[in-house]
Design a protein around this ligand. Structure first.
Ligand SMILES: NC(=O)C1=CN([C@@H]2O[C@H](COP(=O)(O)OP(=O)(O)OC[C@H]3O[C@@H](n4cnc5c(N)ncnc54)[C@H](O)[C@@H]3O)[C@@H](O)[C@H]2O)C=CC1
Ligand SMILES: O=C(O)CCC(=O)C(=O)O
Length: 488
């Protein structure tokens, strides 16, 4: 049974109220699998709406920060329960709104529930250390305080998990939040906000404003009453946000792109490596910052790996993620589809060899959706655009290496450093990969994607602002440390 109601209008959430934008304008959020289907309408807000949300958040934070961690945690537990009760409905909305398959959407929503519960528990954990003073009569310790109002700018590829993994730690440590979700997934985000409302958060602690990134996102980055901004999305936008925040001395955290490699050694379990490459590269239609995009294979096993990979990719079913048996949904938007197709053309122009896919999938069964074939190129040289730039689609670039040293060198030859995998049964190779690979996530005999909520998440090089999200690491961004020296 479907739990989904199409065509509703979702308003902004500010000061505990659902409120239409002062612009009077809305925009439709469309289903990328059936381009005629409107999933819902969202507000096209302006700076005046944002000012109102931030003013409410500023006022509400004064009381919120004074509650005990246990009381704040209680609210997060209730939000988790509400999200769990609505899991099927919210997952279905996600699939309709951005295309990932329903099982993936359910898994992500369940992950949102687990994240909320993890951070609810954080309300009872320690926040500082006692440090011996050189003065034997003094007590010296650290404590932490919230930052104030936190601005949250999120992408469309994880419409539940990313908003939750930024909001939950911000809230538990005593901040209020104003979130601007990506318009492509704002209906799903509005439903997550309804869960916070149902949990009974005080008015103004949780706020959502939808609208153009250049107005609401940039507005958050520049707003004098927003003390910190956390962002996930493209490098281009992330850098702009970082610069705007830095210019006024606000704290910022950026999680951006990846060009994640997997190395397949000559002693690898090839079946395992193939399965992980397919899952890591093509699940969610390759639209993960942690997705595998470069596959560096030892010459000795290259041909057998390639044969097995193509055989497995040939079995992938592409279609509407709501349908049973569909393994891969559409690209999330026409923009994403065009990007993938443009990289297929670039790959051919640059002299790489197309082994599979590369084309849009059309026809009656596809309802004009943004479907693309899983795409594999070989003979990819390190200078080619398909080896260097983030594509964010179901796209694998195969490269050959003669030695493990060459493989790691190729893997490190990238602007990004988010996630990297190796498949090998040799412990020495595993250890040197851990040492040599420049990436925030090192994965041994496991796919490059799929992070765990209790562990730090973030990248090296251009993949992030060098900060970490999730797990206990989140406390570093969402609080300020005070060092206290007390003498009686
Ligand atoms: N690291 C990741 O997880 C993601 C990476 N991307 C990358 O970005 C590419 C483009 O996707 P987009 O959706 O266009 O990403 P984007 O970076 O434009 O959007 C991410 C968020 O930033 C907002 N935004 C857009 N322009 C802004 C501005 N000037 N100031 C402040 N906020 C702004 C958007 O509304 C959205 O909420 C993808 O092809 C992919 O390569 C996209 C989404 C997630
Ligand atoms: O791999 C994952 O589970 C997380 C990926 C992610 O954070 C992203 O794509 O933005």
């Amino acid at each position: 049974m479907s739990h989904f109601t199409a065509n509703e209008t979702y308003r902004n959430f500010m000061n505990g109220q659902w409120k239409a934008s002062v612009t009077g304008q809305t925009e439709a959020s469309l289903n990328p699998a059936r381009t005629g289907e409107i999933v819902g309408y969202i507000q096209k807000s302006n700076a005046q709406d944002l000012d109102e949300a931030v003013a409410g958040a500023k006022q509400a934070q004064k009381h919120w920060r004074k509650l005990s961690g246990a009381a704040r945690g209680d609210m997060l537990y209730r939000a988790a329960n509400a999200l769990e009760r609505r899991l099927d409905e919210i997952a279905e909305t996600m699939t309709r709104e951005m295309g990932k398959t329903l099982p993936e959407a359910k898994g992500e929503t369940a992950r949102g529930v687990a994240i909320l519960r993890y951070y609810a528990g954080e309300g009872l954990r320690s926040v500082g250390d006692v440090i011996p003073s050189t003065d034997s009569e003094a007590l010296m310790f650290t404590t932490r305080v919230p930052l104030g109002v936190v601005g949250i700018i999120t992408p469309w590829n994880f419409p539940v998990a990313i908003p939750v993994w930024k909001m939950a730690p911000a809230l538990i440590y005593g901040n209020s939040v104003v979130i601007k979700p990506a318009s492509e997934a704002a209906v799903t985000c509005a439903k997550v906000i309804e869960c916070y409302e149902e949990a009974g958060f005080p008015a103004g602690v949780v706020n959502m404003v939808t609208g153009p990134g250049s107005v609401i996102g940039q507005g958050l980055a520049q707003h004098p009453d927003v003390q910190a901004v956390t962002f996930t999305g493209s490098n281009e936008v992330g850098k702009r946000i970082g610069q705007a925040a830095l210019a006024r001395g606000a704290k910022y955290q950026l999680e951006m792109g990846g060009k994640n490699p997997v190395i397949v050694a000559d002693d690898a379990d090839l079946d395992l490596a193939v399965e992980a490459t397919v899952n890591g590269g093509l699940r969610s239609t390759g639209q993960k910052c942690t997705a595998t995009s470069r596959v560096i294979v030892h010459r000795e096993v290259y041909e057998s790996f390639k044969r097995k990979l193509l055989q497995r990719i040939g079995q992938i079913t592409v279609g509407d993620g709501m349908k049973d048996g569909v393994w891969m949904g559409p690209c999330a938007s026409e923009h994403q589809l065009r990007t993938v197709l443009s990289y297929s053309r670039k790959g051919l122009e640059e002299g790489a060899v197309l082994l599979h896919g590369g084309k849009r999938i059309e026809g009656e069964a596809y309802d004009g959706g943004y479907f693309v074939e899983p795409t594999v190129f070989e003979q990819v040289a390190p200078h080619m655009a398909i080896a260097r730039e983030e594509i964010f689609g179901p796209f694998l670039a195969l490269m050959k290496a003669d030695t493990m040293e060459e493989a790691v060198e190729l893997a490190n030859d990238a602007e990004f450093g988010l996630s990297a995998s190796i498949f090998t049964s040799n412990i020495g190779r595993m250890l040197s990969f851990i040492q040599e690979m420049d990436a925030g996530l090192i994965r041994i005999n496991a796919e490059s994607a799929g992070v765990e909520l209790q562990a730090p998440f973030g990248g090296m090089k251009q993949s992030s602002s060098h900060s970490r999200e999730q797990g206990r690491a989140a406390i570093e961004f969402f609080t300020s440390v005070k060092t206290v020296f007390v003498k009686g």
